[in-house]
Write a protein that binds this ligand. Structure first.
Ligand code: BTN
Length: 232
């Protein structure tokens, strides 16, 4: 990964710039191509949120050329989270793949945008934003567990880790994810579609990477999309 790499000062979003490159008929980005930016004017987060590029942060997108079977997609975000945690050298993963520091502050986030065509994804663009040396108010940074690591070092190590984990067998990914999770065993709150917020205990992830939450009364709820909040 990263053999083909384009570096920009300021662009709207590395996700869009990489997709445009991937779809360029004359000079199409290969599998593993990377777009890195110093700043983004319109960085995107999960669930329609925006992503602010803090000073001293690393923001990039990675192209995964398909076709990828749809069944492989749910574990990709977890695999990316495991790679992120390994490269960052500390912290823990909040389901599905937010990296939190030891105080529970968010250090990095991952956004996977797949282009679906029938029963497969034609390609997917994986975007990662990491606070390296500084962080916006209330957030954490990688320097709290790896003082002095540079953005270039982190990018190189993370691309190598992604290359391994995105190709690893699902079982290995799920076990590695469980080992660095800060969600399992904890009380969590989530909001099912069309319902009010519910609280239970996160007990495990299933083979699809969904979170299993034990509700009072012994019912187990499968949470496959959206946000969970760690409570208590
Ligand atoms: C999240 O936690 O909500 C995911 C944040 C993902 C941010 C990264 S920064 C690089 C790439 N370009 C974007 O516009 N978003 C992702």
């Amino acid at each position: 990964f990263g053999q083909a790499l384009r570096y920009y000062g300021e662009i709207d979003s590395t996700q869009d710039t990489l997709r445009t490159w991937a779809n360029d008929v004359h000079d199409s980005a290969p599998h593993g191509a990377v777009v890195v930016a110093e700043r983004q004017r319109a960085g995107r987060g999960r669930r329609g949120r925006s992503w602010l590029t803090a000073e001293g942060s690393l923001v990039f997108s990675l192209l995964l050329r398909g076709p990828l079977p749809l069944a492989a997609l749910p574990t990709l975000p977890l695999a990316a989270g495991v790679a992120l945690r390994r490269a960052a050298g500390g912290g823990g993963l909040k389901w599905p793949n937010d990296l939190l520091d030891n105080q529970g502050r968010k250090v990095a986030g991952i956004l996977l945008e797949a282009e679906l065509r029938g029963e497969e994804a034609r390609q997917a663009v994986l975007g990662i934003g990491i606070n390296v040396s500084e962080a916006p108010e209330g957030a954490g940074n990688v320097h709290s567990f790896r003082p002095g690591v540079t953005r270039a070092e982190l990018l190189g190590e993370l691309l190598a880790a992604l290359e391994y984990w995105l190709n690893a067998p699902a079982d290995e990914v799920l076990d590695a994810w469980r080992a660095v999770s800060v969600t399992l065993g904890r009380p969590v709150q989530f909001t099912p579609a069309g319902g009010g917020p519910r609280t239970g205990t996160a007990v495990d992830i299933d083979a699809q990477g969904s979170l299993l939450v034990a509700l009072p009364g012994g019912v187990r709820q499968v949470v496959s999309a959206g946000d969970v909040e760690l409570v208590g």
